[in-house]
Ligand binder design. Structure first.
Ligand SMILES: Nc1ncnc2c1ncn2[C@@H]1O[C@H](COP(=O)(O)OP(=O)(O)OP(=O)(O)O)[C@@H](O)[C@H]1O
Ligand SMILES: [Mg+2]
Length: 256
């Protein structure tokens, strides 16, 4: 049987602006199988965040289609999209957008509370505790966010993203605002949790070492898919060679 495809993009284009137009993505066509850890790399301005936002239904493409679990996102209205996001997706951003006046537990619970317009029940509160414990914040559960360190805050954001057991985790430079050591710890944790649950993850990263830990690396250049590498299949060294090469290696995007 063919791989179970979780996400599919078909000729996705994104043009920003009304008067002055800027095309950030060109004909992006790709499939992501369930369970894959995909690292998205590329220079600043190459369209990584734009792509992630479209996959995460935070933004709509100008043309083309996005399917998640066979659902065409274009067929959903804004309310349905919000529900879809809450049910299937977990977001982790560079800046975690936590609420500084609330404690860690509240920060894990509030987004889902808002999205579902329902007060969290016992089960979901227990899951929030479990996740905070899992990310090593057992003692910080009731601490205000503003009193936590950067790495601790990012771990709260990870727990928040995992609350609804997302099918797809989308992470946009989740350690970009952390020092190397703390960043590595956070990534290690994320990789472990992902393995435990078999969750599909797409992570934008500038960090070559992080990308090399992924199942698959895709490089964007000027809004187009340029390279595709499977580091676990071909080995780190070979993967690095391809990444350092200037030529793109994607010839037929339709097979991606
Ligand atoms: N809202 C917007 N309006 C106009 N242009 C935009 C908008 N958002 C992004 N762009 C442009 O689209 C291009 C792609 O931006 P994007 O944020 O996706 O890049 P990126 O690869 O994530 O870069 P970085 O690594 O710096 O985060 C850039 O040239 C950017 O200036
Ligand atoms: Mg970006």
């Amino acid at each position: 049987m063919a791989d179970d495809i979780l996400l599919e993009l078909r000729q996705v284009n994104k043009v920003y602006g009304q008067l002055v137009k800027y095309q950030a993505l060109f004909d992006i066509t790709m499939k992501v199988p369930r369970g894959q850890f995909l690292a998205l790399i590329g220079p600043s301005g190459s369209g990584k965040s734009t792509l992630l936002n479209i996959v995460g239904a935070l933004d709509r493409p100008t043309s083309g289609e996005v399917f998640i679990q066979g659902v065409n996102l274009a067929s959903l209205d804004d309310d349905e999209l919000a529900r879809f996001r809450n049910q299937f997706l977990g977001f982790i951003f560079q800046f975690h957008y936590l609420l500084p006046e609330f404690n860690a537990l509240e920060n894990v619970l509030i987004p889902s509370w808002i999205a579902t317009r329902r007060k969290p029940g016992k089960e979901i509160i227990e899951r929030a505790y479990f996740l905070l414990k899992r990310v090593g914040l057992e003692k910080e559960v009731y601490k205000k966010i503003s009193l936590l360190s950067g790495g601790q805050q990012q771990r709260v954001a990870i727990a928040r993203a995992l609350l609804n057991s997302p099918t797809l985790i989308l992470a946009d430079e989740p350690t970009g605002a952390l020092d190397t050591k703390t960043g590595d710890q956070v990534l290690e944790l994320l990789a472990e949790i992902r393995k435990e649950s078999g969750t599909t993850m797409i992570m934008v990263t500038h960090n070559r070492d992080v990308a090399l830990r992924a199942d698959r690396i895709i490089e964007l250049i000027d809004g187009q898919l340029c390279k595709e590498v499977y580091p676990q299949r071909i080995g780190k060294e070979e993967a690095e060679k391809i990444l350092e090469d200037h030529a793109c290696n994607i010839e037929n995007v339709n097979t991606l």
